[in-house]
Design a protein around this ligand. Structure first.
Ligand SMILES: [Zn+2]
Length: 848
């Protein structure tokens, strides 16, 4: 009997522990149990930002049967004044980040929960005379009690009680307002179903501009005081939004899904924009442009507006079920933005821009042992920050473009329409989209998606050419391999370039297996080079045959098409990293080719490669031997460049690479303002970098240079940053060790860009001999860095430590660390392996 009783006790449901943050298991449990969720919220915002915002919530949710309700609210229990369920006061259990109402207080059917609370300020962005909410990805529960996950969509009603002089704006339109003494009370209508991360409001002193476009009233809230600037930008901002809305309504065949459209320009906003449904937030500086705005700034502005507007359908109307698919809405928004905006900027080579802004960065992770798939598991939303990186930002757009090419533009659009219609005001996963598109193509998209989206890495391509005696192509074969030996195939469209003395021919093929025969090539004359990604489409490592590599190195200026040249440089660089093209040959080819490079995007990219080759892949002796000719070429480039941005790119390369005594003296004279460069004005930040580069080279009087720069820096933030970095530049190894040691203390790591800059100078290639002592302790601190820092800090930290190293000894320190630290978190291991990739390659090449 005793035994039976114990068993019965053990079987009784114990209160389950609830994890910190929003665990996927909790999210799944709630999404299955809760329906018809509604929030009726009221906030009272005091005039002074030091006083708390008080809140009141009426939450309704329907349950099939009584069960505990876990509500997310990250606040000490003193901040909860009362909780009532129905007409009874209850005392919930307070767990970390949650407030739990026990099952016996709930009932089948509708449950009404009333909570009076003090809102946390962390996600309210309170300023002296305005505030705005920013809840993405799961920060709403820092402000009010809620179910803070993307797939419990709810309708919201909101009441704001604010100082009478303030404006207010939220997701829905205003339904009532009353003024009472110094206070204004605004009630907003009920929203369409929204996830917590898209709910938001803004209140404060704003000017409001109104315009009507295509029968719809648009409103712009801003704090710009320069009236001329407002009137210069006003019409364009309304027009750009109206054009994007119209384009998206046509493309999706769905009317704008929300009741009204407002946008709010926030000074120093965290991102470029945030797509709160019906109330989009923007960084004011990206939208209110000066008269001198460049084409690039205009293009970026139009793209940002189109991107956020596209989110109204992609993300807001149909939302990812969980944040592991957050990449999907971002890629869709960018993809639509490019379609909307690019035709209005015919001066820009968009294909080249796409190639250079996506492929090299995607490869920088995907070629390494630390690569990760686009779709990654995410067990808790508190880790959502770790998903962001080049694989999501740069590889995913390439994958989406491939998807559209495989399915076909028309069928792709139809599939997207079906997807939006089917999941409108609901949630969907990547696989839900793939299922719809799969039905529209004979290809197996599920298999396609496995290789591209669910797995890491990239394919490796080689070409094989068989010719007849009279140099005609008999057969051209492209072979695709999985370097990670999983036998994966990445089906993709490729535009293969065959290059001849006076022209080039691009052949389109669909590579869908290990070997692909390029049928159209048969019978053509033997080319001088074959570039499988010459048309800028294909993704992978392209191992160049010897003849193609040497032709491209020697004859780049003869290739007319800028896109082909861009693709060729990206590919040649990959071949340098593979040890198939010597870094010295790359540098020797790049310098004369740069003289003739007419496209600024290509010139910038090649200059960056030259710097990397110079510091990472040339042994010190070769570096010194090449310095005089390299510097002469870079100085000539500065003089010759015909735009300020291009001059600046050449100058930056010179400043970062200079090694000769003469070159350093010239740089010093420029820094001393004794020498001017026509057409290239310098501002304070430029002089700061020059001073630092001179100091790390230990030019005579380096200490005085730093001191002078510190004194002549006027901006207080920049002055403080410079003072912080100075010890890392010292010629005294003892001082440099001290500069590193301070990073063990969290309070010395708060200014993350300052820390990364210090680490990069501590580990400058010229300091290589002494600085590998920082590698091991730097890696040992990494777990702490991740726990206490912002999302991009772990990779910036590691990258800044490793960038200047190239010796086998340094590589061994990293390898030993990873081998010994068996408990090291997997994602951080990836971070280290990605950051160490160049070091591993350089070390391996140096002993060959
Ligand atoms: Zn976005």
């Amino acid at each position: 009997m005793v035994i039976l009783l114990l068993m019965a006790l053990a079987a009784a449901p114990l209160p389950e522990a609830v994890e910190r943050g929003i665990a996927e298991s909790l999210a799944r449990e709630r999404a299955a149990a809760l329906t018809a969720v509604r929030y009726d919220l009221a906030f009272t915002v005091p005039e002074r930002r030091q006083q708390p915002v008080e809140g009141s919530l009426r939450l309704t949710a329907t349950l099939a049967s009584p069960r505990r309700i876990v509500i997310d609210f990250s606040a000490p229990k003193e901040r909860v004044r009362s909780v009532r369920v129905g007409d009874k006061d209850v005392v919930p259990v307070y767990a970390e980040d949650h407030l739990i109402i026990s099952a016996d207080a709930t009932r089948a059917g509708e449950n009404r929960i009333a909570i009076e609370f003090t809102a946390g300020d962390e996600a309210l962005n309170r300023n002296d005379d305005f505030l705005y909410t920013l809840f993405v990805p799961a920060r709403a529960h820092l402000t009010f009690p809620c179910f803070d996950q993307p797939d419990i969509k709810a309708r919201y009603t909101l009441t704001l009680d604010v100082p009478a002089a303030w404006e207010t704006v939220a997701n829905a339109g205003e339904s009532a307002r009353e003024t009472n003494g110094g206070r204004l009370r605004v009630r907003f209508g009920e929203t369409k179903p929204l996830p917590t991360y898209l709910f938001g409001f803004v209140a404060g002193r704003f000017a409001v501009e109104r315009a009507t476009r295509n029968g719809r009233e648009l409103r712009m809230f801003h704090r710009e005081t320069d009236a001329a600037k407002v009137s210069r930008n006003r019409e364009a901002l309304f027009d750009l939004h109206a054009a994007a809305l119209k384009w998206l309504e046509d493309y999706t065949a769905l009317p704008y899904p929300f009741d009204k459209f407002d946008f709010i320009l926030i000074p120093s906003f965290q991102f470029g924009g945030m797509e709160h449904a019906g109330a989009v937030l923007y960084n004011a500086s990206g939208l209110m442009l000066d008269e001198s705005a460049t084409q690039n700034q205009l293009l970026n502005r139009a793209s940002t507006i189109a991107h956020e507007t596209a989110h109204m359908w992609f993300g807001d109307l149909v939302t990812m079920r969980w944040f592991n698919d957050v990449w999907m809405k971002e890629v869709f928004a960018n993809f639509m933005a490019a379609k909307i905006v690019n035709p209005s900027f015919p001066m820009v080579n968009h294909e080249l821009r796409f190639l250079l802004s996506n492929y090299p960065d995607a490869y920088s992770v995907d070629r390494t042992a630390g690569s990760n798939p686009i779709r990654q598991p995410l067990s808790n939303l508190s880790d959502a920050g770790q998903l962001y990186g080049p694989i999501i930002y740069e590889k995913a757009p390439i994958v989406m473009r491939q998807l559209e090419m495989i399915v076909g533009e028309q069928a792709f659009r139809d599939g997207v329409r079906e997807y939006l219609k089917k999941y409108a005001f609901g949630n969907a996963t990547w696989l839900d989209l793939i299922r719809i598109l799969d039905a529209k193509t004979p290809d197996n998209l599920a298999a396609w998606s496995r290789a591209w989206v669910e797995e890491r890495g990239r394919p490796e391509f080689a070409t094989a050419l068989r010719t007849t005696k009279n140099s005609t192509i008999e057969r051209l074969t492209i072979t695709m391999n999985d370097p990670l030996r999983r036998r994966l195939v990445w089906p993709q469209r490729m535009r293969i370039t065959l290059g001849y003395a006076d022209h080039q021919t691009d052949l389109t093929v669909y590579a869908n297996g290990r070997d692909t025969i390029v049928r159209e090539a048969a019978g053509m004359p033997k080319p001088l080079f074959i570039l499988p990604n010459g048309g800028g489409l294909a993704y992978g490592l392209f191992l160049l045959d010897e003849q193609s590599a040497s032709y491209l190195l020697g004859n780049m200026p003869r290739i007319d098409d800028a896109l082909t040249r861009g693709a060729a440089w990206v590919t040649l660089w990959d071949n340098v990293l593979e040890g198939r093209v010597p870094a010295s040959a790359f540098v020797d080819a790049a310098i004369p080719a740069l003289v003739n490079e007419s496209d600024e995007q290509n010139a910038q990219r090649v200059l960056a490669y030259v710097s990397r080759a110079f510091w990472r892949y040339l042994p010190q002796q070769e570096r010194l031997a090449r310095a005089p000719s390299l510097e002469a070429a870079l100085r000539a480039g500065i003089a010759r460049a015909n735009t300020t941005s291009l001059k600046s790119a050449w100058f930056s390369a010179f400043r970062d690479d200079v090694l000769t005594r003469d070159g350093q003296s010239w740089l010093e004279r420029v820094w001393r303002r004794e020498e001017r460069i026509p057409g290239l004005p310098f501002v304070e930040t430029d002089e700061i970098v020059m001073a630092m580069e001179l100091a790390v080279r230990e030019v005579p009087g380096w200490e005085q240079i730093l001191q002078t720069q510190l004194e002549r820096t006027e901006n207080p933030d920049r002055k403080a940053r410079f003072a912080f970095v100075m010890p890392a530049l010292s010629a005294d190894p003892q001082v440099r060790r001290g500069a590193f040691e301070r990073f063990r203390m969290l309070e010395n790591r708060r200014r993350e860009p300052w820390v990364s800059e210090s680490l990069a100078y501590l580990n400058h290639p010229l300091r290589e001999q002494d600085s590998d002592r920082f590698i091991r302790p730097g890696l040992e601190l990494l777990a702490d860095i991740q726990r206490t820092g912002d999302i991009f800090f772990p990779s910036n930290w590691t990258g800044s430590i490793l960038w200047g190293h190239r010796t086998p000894r340094a590589a061994a320190i990293v390898r030993d660390f990873l081998a010994e630290e068996l408990q090291f978190p997997e994602r951080l291991r990836w971070t280290v392996l990605s950051a160490a990739d160049d070091l591993f390659r350089a070390a391996a090449l140096s002993v060959r």
